[in-house]
Design a protein around this ligand. Structure first.
Ligand SMILES: Nc1ncnc2c1ncn2[C@@H]1O[C@H](COP(=O)(O)OP(=O)(O)O)[C@@H](O)[C@H]1O
Ligand SMILES: [Mg+2]
Length: 261
């Protein structure tokens, strides 16, 4: 399971496959998550639509990075690749988490990555309408549990979900269905769900894109609190003012990530 770290010698461009040893970024920094030279092409009927064309992004542990780009430029695609919800074109780029190539790992390691290592927040919440707020929140904790191990851990799981929801101001809405909540409240539930398994990185896809400015501001403040508590966040957005809440903004343009700094 464990694979040796990787190094880029100082002063040289990163090779396609970094060599052995702990990976160090250009300033000696260590990256927790990175996409390296990824390509993604969708096939629409008989036409290939290239979306990502050699996109690379490096995320440092503890930072909040925003990827800014026009609608349709491939932001969701890039975030899905980083969360292993989808894969780059075969042989065309790699996603590394702590320098392990995510999509070369075993099926169970990849399941662990998707379920435990990253947390995902979507623009349209993706809550399950037939479940209440508590149940929606603790779903990720049930993945891979047997009925027996669920009963053994039940009170711990419920306590974690309740604490998260209470800290997000939803302590009196635990039994409500998503339809009974406002957009901002639904997104709080979705963030609680994403944090349920204490992920190392939160991947947020236009988390305020469906909300009015005030409500969106509250969601950004909630993300900021998580960030101050040490969470690494990758957020994609088409909105410059939202991107500017992050520590660092990079832009996705013509299928590549450009650092405006
Ligand atoms: N599953 C898919 N099949 C075909 N085309 C897709 C698929 N997903 C996204 N696309 C296309 O890829 C481009 C980038 O989409 P997306 O990553 O959703 O952009 P963004 O999130 O920046 O708006 C768009 O032109 C979109 O229509
Ligand atoms: Mg999108």
């Amino acid at each position: 399971m464990s694979e040796p770290g990787r190094t880029t010698p100082a002063g040289t461009a990163p090779p396609t496959r970094p060599g052995p040893g702990p990976y160090r970024g250009p300033n000696g920094t260590e990256f927790i998550l990175r996409a390296h030279d990824v390509y993604k092409t969708y096939r629409m009927g008989r036409v290939d639509v290239p979306v990502l064309k050699g996109a690379s992004i490096e995320v440092k542990a503890g930072e909040w990075i925003a990827v800014l780009g026009a609608s349709g430029c491939g932001k969701s695609t890039l975030l899905h690749l980083m969360g292993d919800l989808d894969q780059p074109d075969p042989g065309k780029g790699e996603i590394y988490f702590e320098e392990k190539p995510v999509n070369q790992q075993s099926r169970s390691e990849r399941n662990f990555y998707r379920n435990r290592t990253v947390g995902f927040v979507f623009q349209f919440y993706h809550l399950l309408p037939e479940l209440n707020v508590m149940e929606n929140t603790f779903i990720p904790a049930l993945v891979g549990l047997t009925r027996f191990s669920y009963y053994a851990r039940r009170s711990e799981i419920h306590r974690r979900a309740q604490e998260l929801l209470t800290s997000f101001g939803l302590g009196d809405r635990l039994k409500h269905r998503p339809q009974e909540l406002s957009g901002g409240e639904r997104q709080r539930v979705a963030i609680a769900r994403a944090l349920m398994n204490q992920p190392r990185v939160l991947l947020a896809d236009e988390p305020t894109g469906n909300l009015d400015e005030n409500t969106g501001g509250e969601i950004l403040e909630l993300l900021a609190e998580q960030h101050r508590a040490g969470l690494t966040i990758v957020m994609v957005t088409h909105d410059r003012s939202i991107a500017d809440r992050a520590d660092r903004v990079v832009e996705l343009h013509h299928g590549r990530v450009v650092d405006p700094a």
